[in-house]
Design a protein around this ligand. Sequence first.
Ligand code: PLP
Length: 373
Amino acid sequence: MAPHELSRDSLLVALGRPQGAGDALAPALTPTSTYRAGGALNYARDGNPGWGDLETVIGALEGGDAVAFSSGMAAAAAVLETLPAGALVAVSRVAYHGVHVLLREREAAGRLRTRTIDTLDAAAAEAACDGAALLWIETPTNPLIGVADIAALSAAAHSHGAAVIVDSTLATPLRQQPLDAGADLVLHSATKFIGGHSDLLLGVVVTHEAERVEALVHRRQTDGSVPGVLEAFLALRGVRTLAVRLERAERTAGELARRLAVHPAVALVRYPGLPDDPGHGLAARQMSGFGAMLAFETVGDADTADRVCEGVELITHATSLGGVDTLLERRARYAAEREAGTPPTLIRVSVGIEDAEDLWRDLERALDSAVAS
Ligand SMILES: *Cc1c(COP(=O)(O)O)cnc(C)c1O
């Protein structure tokens, strides 16, 4: 069957595989720093067959051409380096901290200008795009799981001549299609849901504009921000199961969010799947599911929240997200998050694929003992 006849859930299993008679089903791992002269590739920074297989899959899921990088941050840096000197970047106030650091450093060096905007307020964001070369959106946002309107923001940015990039890491390529909604570029930290097993770093940018693809490939080749061969292999292996992992984790996230919302040790839950969440209506229109990330604020103070994080046993107290294992952390333990205004008792949870009842018993026990002590 032709790829256009298949759903995304089938594409991520079927694409990026050798197709010849007698070929192995799994792509080969090709560790090499150089290639024999006379072929398409000369040196390992030019490319590796394993990156190509992964790019085929992610590109098909997002509806564009994908370029893989050594990490999500390397991908973000490459996008910024394609901008002309002095370009203005309008960036969401709530975006991945590392992206803010990249921008701040380039601003300090006189390389780029930045303007911080509230992308959850589409009208205010529109005015803020005036004069910008690029609008940087993240949705859902990290760590507050807010939802920004990709179509409205893209239309607003385009009316000012600004290109739009969406960091879609939390949504995964299965829960929203930023390019269809009008964005020009999509970024994924494949370290998270795409890899899915907390065992690699990798980033991907997808776009349907050939010129941008060329510029990004040039950056990767020149800066050397190339994915590791094993990492690309593992990310491709990971993405094969994304649909089932996400379905399970998302169902559990919804269940945990509902139970947390009525637990006496919880002051507030942020999950767009809850009907009274501020992002619910928009997420219901923009996304095909509410994702596997949630956050909640405990009653009490930061110590109470820390006791919850230290009290869980099945759940792991660690940063990062998108893996099969459920992780949680109090985000304001980082100075940068405190400065960004993250509530002191906010605990972000990346829901994995363990049994939902086991996860709830673990969380409930930690919450109960955190408020009892
Ligand atoms: C983790 C993350 C990144 C950075 O990706 P790395 O692979 O860690 O370099 C960027 N954006 C979001 C939303 C992330 O969660």
